[in-house]
Design a protein. Structure first.
Length: 341
């Protein structure tokens, strides 16, 4: 298991995968609109008990996919990384759920691109009607029990929450047994109640950064204290273990900063997710101006922080295996305690 976990860490922190000429993916390529692979064609590669979502290209990549007699393996610089690889189908963004981004022009709700408070084109997002059409299409091809929604802010926070609540309500009315997760940007307690009343089972409100100082530099338009206040409020409306929050690392924080934030979230019964920040052409100038180091976190650090994450969860009786939507269930972009190790 330790060897496989290390290999997953290498793939997560590395670049894309170059496909061999003439190779046809057995599953349709996912065009990611959220998470580390946002804006790129990607595929889910599985090996042992692990899976990783990677950008794919026929022209370039840090890794190479090799196919010999139908057997797939991933290599880097002529060295085998993993063998026994399979490619898993993606339903909508994820291999085991339909995960919709209401604002298709938003790549992630903060440090991956630009502030979620920047105005968006209200006509470019998915409508509830279109979401239901896409969901019906997916259910005709795959068996799954989870739907999730994310979005950047479109027009205003209230307008975006209204749109998300409308989509949640439509899914709940049509598919009453479906698990529904939401990842909104929230500013007021009533918005959390609105989503819960619409039928959401799980919620993720992202704190993003491990310290106030980094948060104020990386997310200057957002309110650090209010994010924690909204997480506390979410605990009033959602059951224990049904509130989550992403924490990015590689922004200049220390391991102690991460450990303290993990403990703070777990004390609030919030499941903390850890993800390495990806510096790319879309966010490089802004992040470097905010003092973020232009260097990739090491695999050793990723493994160490994941260990801290698992320890914090165990101390507070939290288990991401019981969180059935979004990133913990997908487990393609992070090292997930209790799922991967």
């Amino acid at each position: 298991m330790e060897e496989g976990l290390t290999r997953k860490g290498e793939l997560l922190l590395g670049g894309g995968i170059r496909l061999p000429e003439g190779f046809v993916l057995p599953c349709r390529v996912s065009q990611s609109t959220a998470g580390p692979g946002a804006g790129s064609g990607s595929a889910v590669f599985a090996f042992d008990r692990y899976r990783v979502k990677k950008t794919v290209s026929y022209d370039e990549g840090e890794f190479d996919l090799r196919v010999v007699d139908g057997e797939m393996s991933i290599w880097r610089d002529g060295t085998l990384v993993v063998d026994g690889v399979t490619i898993q189908p993606v339903i909508r963004h994820c291999p085991n759920q339909a995960f919709f981004n209401l604002d298709q022009h938003c790549m992630y709700n903060c440090a991956y691109c630009t502030s979620p408070l920047l105005p968006r084109n209200l006509d470019k997002g998915l409508t509830t009607e279109r979401i239901m059409e896409m969901l019906e299409e997916s259910l005709s091809q795959y068996r799954f029990k989870t739907v999730a929604f994310t979005s950047g802010v479109v027009g205003s926070v209230g307008h975006t929450v209204d749109r998300m609540a409308d989509a949640v309500r439509a899914v709940r009315e049509t598919y009453p047994k479906m698990t529904i997760g939401v990842e909104p940007y929230i500013t007021e307690p009533g918005q959390i109640a609105q989503l819960r009343e619409a039928g959401a089972n799980e919620i993720k409100i992202n704190v993003e950064c491990a310290t106030r100082d980094i948060f104020e530099r990386v997310c200057p338009d957002l309110d650090y204290d209010n994010t924690f206040a909204m997480l506390r409020e979410a605990g009033v409306h959602f059951k224990k273990g049904k509130v989550a929050s992403n924490v990015l690392y590689g922004l200049g924080e220390t391991d102690q900063d991460i450990d303290m934030t993990l403990e703070r979230l777990c004390r609030m019964n919030v499941l903390p997710g850890l993800r390495a920040v990806r510096i790319n052409d879309m966010n490089r100038d802004r992040l470097l101006a905010a003092g973020v180091p232009d260097e990739r976190p090491t695999v050793l650090r990723a493994l160490f922080l994941a260990g801290l994450q698992k320890s914090a969860m165990k101390r507070h009786g939290l288990n991401p295996e019981r969180f059935h939507s979004m990133c913990f269930s997908c487990a393609c972009c992070d090292l997930v305690p209790f799922v991967d190790f």
